[in-house]
Structure formats: structure tokens, C-alpha cells
Write a new protein. Sequence first.
Length: 233
Amino acid sequence: MLLALLAAAALLAWRYARGRPQDLPWTPLDLGEPVGLFTGRKLAALGDSPARCAALLDRAGVRYVAVPPRRPAEARCGYDAAVRLEAGGARRIALAPDRVALACPVAAALALWEWDVVAPAAQRHFGARVVRIEHLGSYSCRRMYGRSSGGWSEHATANALDVAGFRLADGTRVSVLRDWDGAAAKAAFLREVRDGACRVFATVLSPDYNAAHRDHLHLDQAARGATGWRACR
Ligand SMILES: [Zn+2]
């Protein structure tokens, strides 16, 4: 009896794994699959393997150029393997400004977020396409909150992006600052893209977190290990 139950459980697990590999911790990441239970942790872990991250972007048809390494005097700042995303290819949403260096795991998560979260949410709430994600930048050699002591920001290694708003194909702008508590559709859209970002970024901080984030969504891929905590506020 016990053996039969174990066999049934194993069969179910096998079928589950075949159908939704993205829900299992040991399967390789594939940006072409829908976001699963372990997608976020796998994306954050890509920080240790830039070549594998770049290969995933290539396979998913995401266009990018490698950005030259940046090694400032402050040893806690800079990056070796950042990329600049290019419009076109598998991505139909542009970044504004477009010349922004991103650590590869941030770029990979951004592509997934656009496909799986931002585009469907915009269709649902506005019946429209998002053409631009407006941001406040990525790389900045500073500690958290610009303080003179304490932990270094993920921005110090281009491992973060601050998203300020979205531009739709009809010209409509959805702004974190103006619309978080604004009209129903825009406020609902912003919460939906915030919640969806939590599935692909290690850290997501929104206006719900504190006043410092009233005008943007902070998205980063802080490396906190396989069992590391994830922040979604
Ligand atoms: Zn930030």
C-alpha cells in the first residue's frame, strides 16, 4: 500500500516536472518559459555566471550589447559584465533613456517582466500596448539611501533599475508618482506590475514601502543565496 502511494506520488511529481519545469528548483532557467515558482531565484543566481546569462538572452532573442567593464576607485562599485538592451528583437518595449548599463540578471528579469507581467497588465487595464518604460537609472556608486555609511546599494553594481513610469502606444503616461493613488485603472496597473516584479526580481520596493520610493519602483537582483529572502514591498 505504502509503495503504491509512493509510486503514485513519484509519477505525479514527474508529470508536474515535465509540464512546469519553471516550478522546480533544479531545472535550468529558460527565459522562453512562463514565470514559475523558482524563476526569480534562478535569475538572481545568474550574477555568478555572466556567460550563462548572456546565452539566455541570446536564446530568448533579446538584443543587447556588452558594456565595457567599469572599475572605479571605490572597490565596492562598478561592474564587469553589464549589458545595454536594444529595442527590437524579442522585446517590443523600449527603455527611456535607452542608454543604460544593466547587470545581466536585471536585464534578463526585465525582459521576462515585460513579457509576462507588464504587457498583459496593460492589455487588461487599458487595452493598449506599452511602448516605453521610463526609468531613473541603474548604475550609481553609492550606499543605500545615499548615506555616508552602511550597506552599499545594488545600484553601485548596476544590479538595480528604478522604474518611474510607463508610456502606452496612444501616448498615455502612467506615472508611479502621480498615479499610485490616482485613477482606478492606473493604480491597479501599477500594483499589478509591482506584484509581478516580485516574481522575477530579488527586491522590489514601491511607494507602499516608504516615502523614498514614492516616485519609482526599485527593482534589483541582490544575491542572497539559494535560500535567501526576497523583498516585495
Ligand atoms: Zn533603486
